[in-house]
Ligand binder design. Structure first.
Ligand SMILES: N[C@@H](CCC(=O)N[C@@H](CS)C(=O)NCC(=O)O)C(=O)O
Length: 244
């Protein structure tokens, strides 16, 4: 039985979760262990024994742990092949797919994440006293994440937020332009490139409606709707609570 540690079907956790739902049956081949970020469960010792970085997602497979969301997706394709293929066989198409997953990990997810931290994550710590906040930060194992939590509590500088919004606008235009001529992002089939980009793009039609909408980005909206209509996506959102 595979176990996915996650915050639920959003952001980095969504990538391996949707991959699992596409390939396997919940309760038979995989299970999901939800952590509550509002309780900082991912910074508790039991979880840091699973992922020393204190971050989700993490996959447990027969006592071994795989971390890094995109790596987990590729691991599932390699170690647990099924009739559902989420990578093209052709090596050129597969390289194209990886350019898109790398783009999410190195660019797209970061600008959206900073705005998410500014709007939502900062609220998780606004009611803590300074002592409670410092005790929470002291349990974070990655220095850069300590810095991010401090910045979220203090407030990100406006010039940084403006630059991240510029990157988001660039990102959605890039996706829409590509999807104008392609049903899926790579290889002419639904792949991990779609899953990983969807993990960040889904919800932008509500949270960033001024940028992602049927008039300005019709192809991106069509692609988001198509992924939401897939049976595996519907099952995932129906069975896994999206509380955070
Ligand atoms: N590069 C990692 C990033 C993982 C990551 O940033 N996870 C977030 C949730 S989407 C997290 O655990 N944040 C909590 C924290 O850093 O305190 C991956 O792709 O898995």
């Amino acid at each position: 039985m595979l176990t996915l540690y996650s915050f639920g079907p959003g952001a980095n956790s969504l990538k391996p979760m949707l991959t699992l739902f596409e390939k396997f049956t919940l309760g038979e081949q995989f299970t999901i262990r939800q952590l509550d970020p509002r309780k900082f469960e991912h910074h508790e010792d039991w979880f840091k024994a699973i992922n020393p970085r204190g971050q989700v997602p993490a996959l447990e497979d027969g006592g071994r742990i795989v971390t890094e969301s995109t790596v987990i997706c590729e691991y599932l394709e390699d170690a647990h092949p099924t009739p559902v293929k989420l990578r093209p066989d052709d090596y050129y198409d597969r390289a194209e797919m990886r350019v898109w997953t790398k783009w999410v990990d190195e660019y797209f997810c970061w600008c959206v994440s900073t705005i998410g931290w500014h709007c939502h994550v900062s609220k998780m710590v606004e009611n803590l006293s300074d002592d409670e906040f410092e005790a929470m930060v002291a349990r974070i194992p990655v220095f850069e994440q300590q810095v991010k939590w401090r910045r979220a509590r203090e407030g990100f500088p406006q010039d940084l937020l403006d630059e991240e919004m510029r990157k988001i606008a660039y990102s959605v235009r890039k996706l829409d332009d590509h999807l104008a001529n392609h049903e899926w992002l790579a290889g002419g089939m639904f792949t991990l490139a779609d899953i990983c980009n969807f993990s960040v793009a889904n919800g932008m039609q509500f949270g960033f409606a001024e940028l992602v909408n049927k008039d300005d980005t019709p192809h991106l909206v069509r692609w988001i709707d198509a992924i939401n209509a897939r049976p595996a996506t519907q099952e995932m959102f129906a069975k896994v609570p999206r509380e955070f």
